[in-house]
Design a protein around this ligand. Sequence first.
Ligand SMILES: O=C(O)CCC(=O)C(=O)O
Ligand SMILES: [Fe+2]
Length: 726
Amino acid sequence: MPDPSDEPPVWATDRFHLCETVPNCKLFGGGAYTKNGFAYAFLYAASASPRDYLDGSVIIARAPGGMKPEAGSTEMSIAEDQSENFVTRGLRHTMKARTPVVLITKNNNKLMTAGMPHEYCVLGHYKPTHIWWEKHKPISGKSDPKDGLRYRLERLNPYEEKAWFQPKGTEEIFPPGWFDPPIVASCCSCRGTFQQKYLQGWICVNKDCRAYWKLPAPSGQLQPLDITSLIYDPRFLKQKTTWPEERSLFFPLEYRPMEVTEDTRGEDFYSRAGWNGLVCPNCRGCIMRMSFLGWDCETPGCNYQVRVPLDKPMSASAITDSGPAFPLTDGYTPSQDVVYSDTIRVCKQICDDNFRMARYNLPIPGPDCYVVHKISNATINKAPGGPNDMFKQLQCTDIGLRRRRIGSEKRKEPKYTRHLFVNVGYDYNFVASGSEKSVPFAKVKAEAVRDVRTRLNWSTAQLIARALGRPFEEVREWYKRQEFNECLILSYFQDQAIGFHDDGEPGLGPNIATISLGDTGIMLFRMKKTRYSGVSKAGIYDWEYPPIPGCFKYKERLAQHDTIVRNAPTKNKQEYWKEAAKKLGLNKYFETPPVVLKIMLRHGDEAVMLGALLQKYYDHSVSHVGRIRFALTCRYIDPTQPREDGKPKGIPEPDMRLYDGSQLPLPRDRFGNPIRSGWEWEADEDFNGYQEFEGYNEEELRQMAEDDEDEGEDDAGLDGGDDEDF
Ligand SMILES: O=C(O)CCC(=O)C(=O)O
Ligand SMILES: [Fe+2]
């Protein structure tokens, strides 16, 4: 294959790099990117169908969909009639609005006449000029021709430059406009006016017309068209379309890069624009913002990098609060949490050690499962080594925060977490594959961050002591056996979030504690889909877990669960479980379970989840409004449980430090007396047993469910929902 004449304007080694760098090109999944009714980008890859066409100025492509491969071949044929969908409609709107689309090619595109130098190359901007219906030879075995849609696109090329992908040393033989203009005629049946597209003759391309795709014969009779030997009319194919003032149209293939000047602050790079990909000025490859430190070109031999100023952090006073919040004072900060479900038992808040502590018991059988929200105040945040110091240190120190690949390293098309993270202490076997090791606590450069697990150990042992009504010192002793030995540090820039997931991996302790820094995190809880609906994706009855209040058909399931499980046969179990689910009418797997609890995590707040079953019954997600949020989450990882890949988990580092949050001066009343409330938790007076869901706000929940969908549910978990805008 000959080399192309020039280098592509932008290229990438994988989709992710491309999608984060080229504007309006979020082709994370399929072959077209549409948004708000417009089609913006198309990926033009492997499968070519008959009559597909490409040269330096024109592309004729078939609309995606309805295709199947021919038996024993990679050639695709139409198996079903296509119908106009949102992509076609989007392209039509784009065409009418005179807005170009970006075309990307993959290096397996069979129509390219020059070898592609990279996996993904941007061909350029194209003007959509025609969309029409055709009849297609159907897939072998089917007799009727099928209807399919075709697009003609013309390279936006106001300066008549040669296409970079034109084979080296060649010219386009017939540049656009070389031939006479296309023949235009109207259909005598439907009156539609169309250009003649094929040399065989003019045909009507209105699918609803009786003359559709038939050749008018001299006798006046309509003849069927032989679809196997069609040739494009060069007058149609190579016509030149001009758009008004297209010489003034300049469509950049990269976002406006953020400039680093003397005035630039670190926080400028937390905004959405601050973590877009860059096009390397040296090699034209796409560079994702993989690191807190900035951008590093990954092309071997190309050392281009952009560094973010780490010495000008965002101050704690610049943190944006989501919604109406109360200014922090030295008093106990009011809560902004919302309990949407009556199934949650809210305990009386305890105010002590400067924290307002709200406890939410979830309706799970067996030992108590609950979430505690510890709401911080100004005294805590400002104390040396406290949240304000941590916030600063996290921004100013290179602690290794990076985005990492998700799933197996071998996966052909890599995916990356959206947010950045680094693991400290024992290895946590989560979704990101990363070959990098966890950083020992002793080696973390930011001191306040190293101390975070000591703080959270104190907090969690305190909470357990309160829950048991036992003295702290006593609880602290046996708690030691399960104290946190791992800390996952996550940073979320603007629009980054963590989708619904649980923290119930095998080998994780029952307690998980997080400290939230920066902008307010919105932590949502909802039942896991299988628990809520009582049935797995595959239709199997959820036999391992008894139903809990708030789940779909709670009463019916509760009444029958034990019997169903008891009567399970030893053979053909799957069939039995499927039948059981069907009988109960459990058909809600694909419905989003309602959010039951919203916790507003402000700067310095802690969220503690207690009880292993909590992770089996509920998922949580966290998003934030604003530019930057850090979450430092500590877990206990059982050293005796093997890691999935058999590698060592790290070096055990018992928590030898001390932290005692009760040493800070307490809020005082106007007579100067310290204020604190009781030691033990009590249920709120008005809790009247578990009920079906009813107390939640429909509108708000729908909104949340929609927001959630935007995040792309497939790879929730630590992926943080990467498929933006899908
Ligand atoms: O961002 C957060 O606060 C939560 C992080 C989390 O859920 C996790 O690390 O598993
Ligand atoms: Fe989590």
